[in-house]
Design a protein around this ligand. Structure first.
Ligand code: NAP
Length: 253
């Protein structure tokens, strides 16, 4: 996967001090890395996923709480948010990270696949923003980070995945415009080839092709996306909203 990056950077230990941050799909992959990075920076982290054992282990590691949260369920969103507010009194950051990838093409016309991906990747992000928006509006501050993809910046074969990730990018801008007056920021992050199971499941041949097409000549550690997410969650990005930040080693440049 090319030369590895030096991710042992100086951590601003108080960058997210006193902030309560909820991350979806945080039992593994990028979400788990972001849970660790947020805790290192002083945040109280609410780890959520549908993988209970792995999610509980990450929560224990970061000294946070675990909640089962299937992002497609507005009922589960409601009850988790109620618990977060009852326990912590606020919600400063939300990372809508949970997502799935499946191969498909328009020639397959696979409606079930299209619905499944739309439910999780698109409707899940909508649900999360809707659940957080009122809490953040009422407290007059908040940051929502939606994880899209380079597939939300251009076309590629996987039509359902591409559609869902473009939708995330569009919803981000719409929500950012509506919530800006309440000091609630909403941004999207667009990763390229990131070293998690989602990438590994593509197989060596596809990964090699993807890395070969990446001008930096390598894939990235989850923490390299996490660093950008931490910036967007922090007050250092106080005037950044409605933005899309690509983290892809110039893949789509
Ligand atoms: P990952 O390792 O597969 O992690 C995704 C997590 O989301 C898993 O724990 C997964 O659980 C969980 N999840 C799936 N469906 C869910 C649901 N309905 N409710 C709650 N959680 C659910 O993948 P990742 O690379 O960390 O992906 C994180 C985000 O980055 C995704 O939105 C993905 O589309 C995006 N992304 C990834 C890459 C990449 O190269 N890795 C590139 C661009 C964008 P299960 O194991 O049960 O599915």
């Amino acid at each position: 996967m090319g030369q590895s990056a030096n991710t042992d950077q100086l951590v601003h230990t108080d960058q997210l001090a006193k902030k309560v941050i909820l991350i979806t799909g945080a039992a593994r992959g990028q979400g788990a890395a972001e849970a660790r990075q947020a805790a290192e920076r002083g945040a109280t982290v609410v780890v959520t996923d549908v993988l209970d054992d792995a999610g509980t282990a990450v929560a224990k590691e970061v000294g946070g709480q675990y909640h089962r949260l299937d992002v497609t369920s507005s009922g589960e969103w409601r009850s988790v948010m109620e618990d977060v507010v009852a326990t912590h009194g606020r919600l400063d950051g939300l990372v809508n990270n949970a997502g799935i990838f499946r191969h498909d093409s328009i020639l397959d016309g696979n409606e079930d696949n299209f619905r499944l991906i739309t439910e999780i990747n698109q409707y899940g992000v909508f649900n999360g923003m809707a659940a957080a928006a009122h809490i953040m509006k009422d407290q007059g501050a908040g940051s929502i980070v939606n994880i899209s993809s380079v597939a939300g910046m251009r076309g590629q074969r996987a039509v359902a995945y591409v559609a869902s990730k473009w939708a995330v990018r569009g919803m981000t801008k719409s929500a950012a415009s509506q919530l800006a007056r309440y000091n609630v920021r909403v941004n999207s992050v667009h990763p390229g080839a990131i070293e998690t199971d989602m990438l590994f499941d593509l197989g060596t041949e596809t990964i090699d092709r993807l890395v070969g097409a990446t001008p930096m000549g390598r894939s990235a550690k989850p923490e390299e996306v996490g660093n950008v997410v931490m910036f967007l969650l922090s007050d250092e990005s106080s005037y950044v909203t409605g933005a899309e930040i690509v983290v892809d080693g110039a893949l789509i440049a």
